[in-house]
Design a protein. Sequence first.
Length: 433
Amino acid sequence: MQLLPFVEKLNSENKLLHISKEVSTDYEIAAYLKKYDGRPMIFEDVKGSQIKVVGNLMSNMDLFCEWLDTDKLAWIQTLKNAIENPGTFKETGNNPFMFYEPDLSALPILKHYPRDQGKYITSGVVFASRNGIRNMSFHRLAVLGKDRLVGRLVEQRDLHTLYTDAKEHGEDLDVAIAIGNSAGVLVAAATSVERGKYELGIASALERATIEVVHAKTNTAHYPTDSLIVLEGKILHDETAKEGPFVDLTNTYDVVREQPVFVIDKIAMQKDAVYQAILPGGNEHKILMGAPRTPTIYKALVDSGIDVADIYLTEGGSGWLDAVIAIRKKSEEDPKKAFEAAIKGHRSLKKVTVVDDDINPRDANDVNYAVTMYWRAGKEMVLDNVKGSSLDPMATPDGFGSKLFIDATRPLNVPEEKLLKMKKASIDFKIDG
Ligand SMILES: Cc1cc2nc3c(=O)[nH]c(=O)nc-3n(C[C@H](O)[C@H](O)[C@H](O)COP(=O)(O)O)c2cc1C
């Protein structure tokens, strides 16, 4: 579903929290989003801007499922199907946008945390285009001036690869940064698929529609006709600037790095545009980052022959660094195989706990029960100085750090009386009332 109809739907269901008093883009809106994390909000009177701000739209799994029109049991399958069976999209000549000369100060871009570099766009999906290859992905963008941004491009991500190729040829990279997108575009943009596969087809499959795009006015990029605000421009091949500090997913300040500069040539805007804010380190950020990784972990596990019961990227691990995997264990090798597959499916994982399928990965107490009861010496593995996530505060700035695997499954083939000592007992007696 597109963003405005979803906001309207939330409003009609009395789920939208309205803030009607004047609020500042400097810290105040971010403070509200943090205080009411998990509740969708609209800020109707934003100091210094005509444009309303919406936030926390996908800040719990119910909202995520509602916006994607799926449910809590089916969402992993919904995402997996969309990745495996992408839809189509088409270019249209019907351009619904009004175009403005670039002036980022007219947009309600937020300052979130006191030591952040400055104002950051956090919900921008970068549509890039180079020699017929297209890519879409999220990138945080710090405002440097009225038409200039500096963006964080993690090495080895597709946008970084396209940028590096352009740079090596002494060329700028064409981009359009879309803010205020449909659920399908948001989730597809957070999905990592094989290099060269364009995520917009996944967005169409998630939206169950043929997404329409318009050709950018100023370059070769394109963007959906239902995005609300779009910054057309390029990533300069010959200019970098300092990016950071910035509070990221783990609620810690990411370090300062030299990153590429973006120049904006035109701003395209819908008549009724609102500005979408995603609170860094908030639930929505964690859900958007982590949820699209679950089907890739699932696939890697199934491909290595594991019978998977459930996968959960824990809140404590910021929905990114820590996974609990419940399996129907067939051999004593399965837990370690599951760990190896999981880190192949999602390389950023720092900790993986494998449990039996009678343990609920979403219940931290249940998982702790399994670890405490079933772990024994030798049923763990520690890797050091391996590629993980640059978001891990203990890793190097380019993401080299440690990984921990805990096998919290019970041994197989134990005699009945031993199993009785190991398994949680239940009382199978139906009581009245
Ligand atoms: C809200 C949000 C913000 C993100 N910010 C960044 C970022 O600043 N830099 C980055 O490289 N990836 C960022 N990501 C992750 C990428 O967008 C994501 O990994 C994407 O799948 C990469 O796409 P690719 O497979 O085309 O490289 C962010 C993801 C989300 C959901």
